[in-house]
Design a protein around this ligand. Structure first.
Ligand code: ATP
Length: 516
């Protein structure tokens, strides 16, 4: 840094001197008249050289010692975590799988005597918030190892060589205080396939990581755990035996796991006797561990806000709504006409979902939350791993029912269906490209095929969406009295819970499912 400041100072002096020489050339009485023309030329050339050198130094990594020397790598996360396996709920088979690594770290001599060496790299992959970091910390906690945390994005720098240096430093530190766990979160930030995205800095960082993983001694008790949401993006070299060769998928928790996670996160909270954690687990299908932890925390905050001393189901219901649908907008300024449109839109969703049995409708609301003006809160009755073609079509009809109801009642449509269209299109695209459920028949459609046959694929997706929309329209048409009834109650009360919805449905003779 000092060197750069000095350079800047010299440059400023020489620029000022050069300008003075130029100005003095027009001033005959100047004191500088004695300076020879040769010297003036020398100063001007020197100024130009300094200027060029200074400009280059700003873009040349070799001359940016401040960046290289700053060890931005998070020293924040070198610690001995006090997390153990009992804090990680519902991932029993994964904990079993990791037992061997833990035993290896705790009793390394037993293995080295047999000539075995420690598994170097473990890769956790899966959706966000499912406990990958927590699990890595628990491995460190179970083995009393030092935990070195780094996020892949911390290695990404514009200066060539900086990321590689950081990788080197991280591994040096970890090797100094063994046993240790290096945890690299978002490893895809540095580990993407090299041919996909050629970037000199990134390639160097990845190469350094590969070199470091190869460079362990067999008696180094260092385990590297990587985490990513996108295993498919990672470079083959990173995944080959000897590097991250153990891949463990961590997905969203099932019903039992959700119950266990909620139990972990409510163990220090005063629960009312009437509370049954299983009831909450049933209502939180598809949510991650992080979201469940958030719900437990939000429920406690709501109870405090209401000046109550025990947590009840009511607090959890409000917390689920807060987490799933977003923050309630206080004093919304929605026009009456818009409110009516939203009530018809949401009533349309509710009717089609209920008639086609798409999940359990928990609540319909036209109270704006997050960026939504209204919503239908619904969860599947049980965890499902296989869905039939008909069930997927029903989902699409349920999603497009809001738009269909608006169109039927107002003869015009609004922007309110944006999110529904996204979701419905995603399902239809998967049906065509991944599940072989379209006119294209039994084939997996890859990016290459789509690129050259876009119109064909688009047409198939459109046909599915049109079919789903037509069915939704038919159901709403046949049940239009029910639609208006629900909409009117929503206009009056703003929300309808599952019991009230059932009562309204019961007033009508078997609502009609218009199977096509
Ligand atoms: P990301 O991919 O976004 O980095 P992640 O998979 O690393 O997410 P974590 O950071 O481990 O997720 O989880 C966030 C929080 O969620 C944890 O601190 C914990 O409170 C809670 N959590 C997630 N999974 C579990 C679980 N299985 N048991 C207990 N708590 C969990």
């Amino acid at each position: 840094m000092k060197k750069k400041k000095l350079l800047f100072l010299v440059l400023v002096i020489s620029i000022v001197t050069s300008i003075t020489f130029i100005l003095d050339a027009f001033n005959a009485s100047s004191d500088l008249i004695n300076v020879t023309f040769k010297n003036k030329i020398f100063v001007w050339i020197l100024t130009i050289i300094l200027l060029v050198y200074y400009r280059r130094s700003n873009s040349n990594p070799q001359l940016v010692p401040s960046v290289l020397s700053s060890d931005k790598m998070s020293n924040k996360e070198k610690s001995k975590p006090d997390v153990s396996f009992k804090d990680v709920a519902g991932l029993e088979e994964i904990k079993d799988e990791l037992q061997e690594t833990i035993d290896f770290i705790n009793n390394s001599s037993k293995y080295t005597k047999m000539g075995a060496h420690i598994p170097k790299g473990i890769l956790f992959y899966g959706p966000p918030g499912t406990g990958k970091t927590l699990l890595a910390k628990a491995v460190a906690g179970e083995t009393n190892s030092n935990f070195h945390y780094a996020s892949g994005s911390e290695f990404v720098e514009k200066y060539v060589g900086v990321g590689a240096k950081r990788v080197r430093t991280l591994f040096e530190k970890a090797k100094k205080d063994t046993p240790s766990i290096i945890f690299i979160d978002e490893i895809d930030a540095i580990g993407t396939k090299r041919n996909l995205e050629s970037n000199n800095e990134k390639d160097q960082t990845l190469n350094q990581l590969l070199v470091e993983m190869d460079g362990f001694n067999t008696d180094d008790t260092v385990v590297v755990i990587g985490a990513t949401n996108r295993l498919d993006l990672l470079d083959e070299a990173l995944l080959r035996p000897g590097r991250f060769d153990r891949h463990i998928y961590i997905g969203n928790p099932n019903m039992n796991a959700r119950q266990q996670i909620l139990e972990v996160h409510t163990r220090n909270k005063p629960l009312d006797k009437s509370m049954n954690i299983k009831d909450i687990a049933k209502k939180t299908h598809g949510l991650s561990g992080a979201e469940l932890a958030n719900i437990a925390n939000e429920a406690a905050i709501i109870a405090v806000r209401n000046k109550e001393t025990k947590l009840t189901l009511k607090h959890f219901d409000l917390a689920i709504e807060r987490v799933v649908a977003g923050l309630e907008v206080k004093n919304p300024t929605v026009l009456l006409k818009e409110k009516k449109t939203v009530s018809i839109h949401e009533a349309g969703h509710a009717i089609v979902c209920k008639i086609l049995n798409v999940d359990m409708v928990q609540k319909i609301s036209i109270v704006p939350r997050g960026h939504a003006l209204g919503y239908v809160l619904k969860f599947p009755e049980e965890d499902r791993y296989l869905l039939s073609e008909q069930e997927l079509m029903n989902k699409i009809s349920g999603l497009l029912a809001g738009r269909a109801a608006e169109n039927l009642v107002f003869k015009e449509v609004t922007t309110g269906a944006k999110d529904d269209l996204d979701k419905a299109t995603n399902i239809a695209r998967e049906m065509v490209c991944a599940y072989g459920m379209s006119g294209l028949g039994l084939m997996a459609v890859d990016e290459h095929y789509i690129k050259y046959n876009y119109d064909i694929v688009r047409n198939e997706i459109k046909q599915i969406l049109d079919k789903g929309y037509q069915r939704a329209t038919k159901i709403i048409k046949e049940n239009h009295e029910l639609l208006h009834h629900i909409s009117n109650v929503l206009m009056e009360k703003e929300t309808i819970d599952s019991d009230e919805l059932k009562r309204i449905f019961d007033l009508y003779e078997t609502p009609i499912d218009c199977a096509t």
